[in-house]
Write a protein that binds this ligand. Structure first.
Ligand SMILES: Cc1cc2nc3c(=O)[nH]c(=O)nc-3n(C[C@H](O)[C@H](O)[C@H](O)COP(=O)(O)OP(=O)(O)OC[C@H]3O[C@@H](n4cnc5c(N)ncnc54)[C@H](O)[C@@H]3O)c2cc1C
Length: 457
């Protein structure tokens, strides 16, 4: 690249955020001379390690997240329709399960609140001969209900999900939800962007020159540079680092999240299951010997205590695949992004033990699940778990990040919001909720502290 060359927009980061921004800027807003730079191959960092699930079911305190993800799913459905569903979007839903009879009123109340924010009707099934509950088809996404079905009848739960624990008192089946291939979605964005003239280069960005408080030139590690009118920070876990290159502090941090893939050789998990989630905190069962060994080490001692809710699993792959994915954030690790990531050797065993509370058959893997494979990455997040999308306080600079554990499901509406902001187009109502300026309100964060629930898995 010649230092005399110029881009109208330079996007730093070719993860899902960057490629979606490139697609919406070029294909939907008609901008030209866009360059996408990444030091790695596109879609090879965080975006290659997600569980690939989506849902419109997000807590408040207001409707911003529900509206934002609903818009993203609208766009996903539109793109799936246009592309013969090249990214294999399904709509199996998320099934949140609880065995806590005492907490049932709260479980129902929380579901009602999300439904009222715009996630769709809540249909309560208390049992009896006639029920309107419709199971989700394993493939496809069209013609399905939205909102959620709340199953409160153990016989109904068992009839549809016989492999789940008999202790479950409530199962909330969220319907505008499922999973898809994140790589195929990203590749679709990238191909469409390329067809609209977006140029992709492999370089490491090391600095951005400003002139009169405005973005002027980006510098790369190999000595090259590129003049640009606008600069988009889509650097994923390195969002804050790239922010510093612009002299802007971004309020994000990184949480390590691991993911387990294992061979379900005993065929415990139904291949047509939705995403299955245990919604209660739990204490794991250990033998006296195991408990003694764990108690001796301060790092493992917390495994004897009450662990958080949220262990989840889903079948992975088609045809004769027996792969299962399983995740549980039972220990939160905040850290600088380091690659390769730290692979906790205890993770597989702890996760399958946690899963056994939801799916008792998983006990057979308590010692060690077959052929475990660990991967994962970082949830780059703000304190209140909402993204950062919009202008930065440097003329010509923008951000699309802080996408935490929802960056795949939000990729479309995030890219669209970024592109509309940059192009000066009218913005959706949720735009202010994701701008950096939101932190200017002195009481802004208090409402989230009071709500206490971020909806993160
Ligand atoms: C274990 C796990 C499970 C998840 N499950 C889900 C899920 O089920 N559903 C969902 O919606 N989301 C999920 N997520 C979240 C989702 O994967 C992320 O939010 C999303 O991938 C973030 O995309 P990104 O483009 O912001 O970041 P990335 O994909 O990390 O891309 C950032 C890019 O910027 C580049 N870059 C950074 N600095 C520079 C520089 N100086 N120069 C050049 N290039 C640079 C990097 O090389 C990288 O390619 C999950 C995440 C994890 C870790």
């Amino acid at each position: 690249m010649m230092s005399t060359e110029k881009a109208s927009v330079l996007i730093c980061g070719a993860g899902l955020a960057g490629v979606s921004a490139a697609y919406f800027l070029s294909a939907r807003e008609g901008l030209r001379d866009i360059v996408l730079v990444d030091e790695r191959p596109p879609l090879s960092l965080t975006s290659d390690h997600s569980t690939e699930c989506y849902r419109n079911w997000w807590p408040g305190p207001d409707a911003a997240m529900v509206d934002f993800i609903n818009r993203s799913i609208d766009l996903l459905e539109e793109l799936a329709g246009q592309s013969a569903n090249v990214f294999h979007m399904n709509r199996r839903g998320y099934l949140y399960c609880s065995g806590d009879a005492k907490g049932l009123d709260n479980f129902i109340e929380q579901a009602q609140k999300v439904s009222q924010l715009g996630a769709g009707a809540l249909r309560v099934h208390r049992g009896g001969a006639a029920t309107a509950y419709r199971a989700a088809p394993p493939e496809g996404f069209a013609g399905q209900p939205d909102g959620a079905d709340l199953l409160l009848d153990p016989a109904l739960i068992e009839a549809h999900f016989p492999y789940l624990s008999k202790s479950i008192v409530a199962a909330l089946h969220v319907r505008r939800a499922g999973w898809l291939s994140a790589q195929q979605l990203g590749t679709y964005f990238l191909n469409q962007a390329r067809q609209n003239g977006v140029k992709v280069i492999e370089k490491r960005l090391i600095g951005v020159d400003l002139s009169g408080g405005k973005v002027e030139r980006a510098h790369f590690q190999d000595g090259d540079s590129l003049r640009c009118e606008s600069f988009v920070n889509a650097a994923g876990p390195f969002l804050a680092h790239v922010g510093q290159a612009l002299g802007v502090e971004l309020p994000v941090y990184n949480e390590l999240h691991l993911k387990l893939a294992f061979q379900d050789s005993n065929e415990i998990l139904d291949r047509e299951a939705p995403l299955l989630i245990w919604s209660d905190p739990q204490i794991l069962e250990w033998t006296d010997e195991e408990a003694e060994a764990l108690g001796e080490d301060p790092h493992t001692r917390p495994l004897l205590e009450l662990l958080p809710s949220g262990v989840h699993t889903r079948p992975e792959g088609s045809g004769g695949s027996r792969m299962a994915l399983a995740l549980w954030e039972y220990q939160t690790r905040l850290q600088e992004p380091v690659f390769p990531i730290f692979e906790d050797p205890l993770y597989p065993e702890v996760v399958v033990r946690g899963l056994a509370r939801l799916i008792p058959g998983m006990h057979v893997y308590a010692e060690r699940p077959p052929r475990p494979r660990l991967d994962g990455g970082y949830y780059t997040r703000t304190r209140e778990n909402r993204p950062l999308i919009g202008r930065l306080p440097v003329e010509g600079a923008y951000v699309i990040g802080g996408l935490s554990g929802f960056g795949m499901m939000a990729a479309c509406s995030a890219g669209e919001l970024l592109a509309k902001t940059l192009a000066g187009a009218p913005l959706p109502g949720y735009a202010p909720a994701f701008s950096l300026e939101r932190y200017r309100g002195p009481d802004y964060l208090k409402q989230f502290d009071q709500a206490g629930e971020t909806g993160q898995l």
